[in-house]
Design a protein around this ligand. Structure first.
Ligand code: VGL
Ligand code: ZN
Length: 200
């Protein structure tokens, strides 16, 4: 009753053949669809960038996966991905999107990246999700989707910080694992009291 399933960025570009493919990204979809049967409130997030987005290496004449300093801190430059309206930005065709109550798009501001479902990377600009959850009296969040060490990780951190009890279905996520980011994310989540559990 007081819990929500938040499915992060289950989009073509993060699956095999996509612009920022997470290894075996699509393999979790069947189980995510099963998990949806257990929840009354289901939220989908969708990474949704304009072509001129500042997180794209192509907009800096730089190589993907290098770092730059932005006004809000360090930012990894990614290959162009999840461009608004593109096939890559669509949800993977196997994902059941019929049961979702809310589809939250993030990353539309060209100047600020947005990993978390709650705040943009400046840690200040809100997506409105906190208010939505509070109005629905949601206390527990169950997170899954892509990628474990980026958008799932930052959403989980903001979730606990905002006072929600946060669970991550580890077996319903996959990691990008750039510079040990998977291990770092896992350690950090445990330290913050985020509960890493398995769905199966
Ligand atoms: C993501 C990198 C860039 C994610 C989104 O969904 O984890 N990662 N944009
Ligand atoms: Zn992105």
């Amino acid at each position: 009753m007081n819990s929500a399933l938040i499915i992060i960025d289950m989009q073509n570009d993060f699956c095999t053949g996509g612009a920022l493919a997470v290894k075996d990204g699509e393999k979790i979809i069947k189980c995510i669809n099963n998990a949806q049967k257990e929840f009354e409130t289901i939220i989908l997030t969708q990474d949704w960038h304009p072509q001129e987005h500042s997180s794209f290496a192509s907009n800096h004449g730089a190589e993907p996966y290098t770092n730059i300093e932005m006004e809000y801190g360090s930012q990894i430059l990614w290959p162009d991905h999840c461009v608004q309206g593109s096939t890559g930005a669509n949800f993977h065709r196997d994902l059941n999107t019929n049961k979702s109550d809310l589809i939250l798009r993030k990353g539309s501001n060209p100047k600020i990246d947005s990993y978390s479902a709650f705040f943009e990377n400046d840690k200040n600009t809100t997506t409105g999700l906190e208010g939505y959850l509070i109005k629905k009296d949601i206390k527990q969040l169950y997170l899954c989707g892509l990628a474990f060490d980026y958008c799932v990780f930052y959403s989980a951190l903001d979730g606990v910080e905002l006072g929600f009890e946060v669970f991550v279905f580890q077996d319903l996520t996959k990691a990008i694992d750039l510079n040990n980011s998977k291990k770092i994310a896992k350690k950090s989540m445990i330290e913050k009291g985020i509960k890493l559990i398995n769905f199966i």
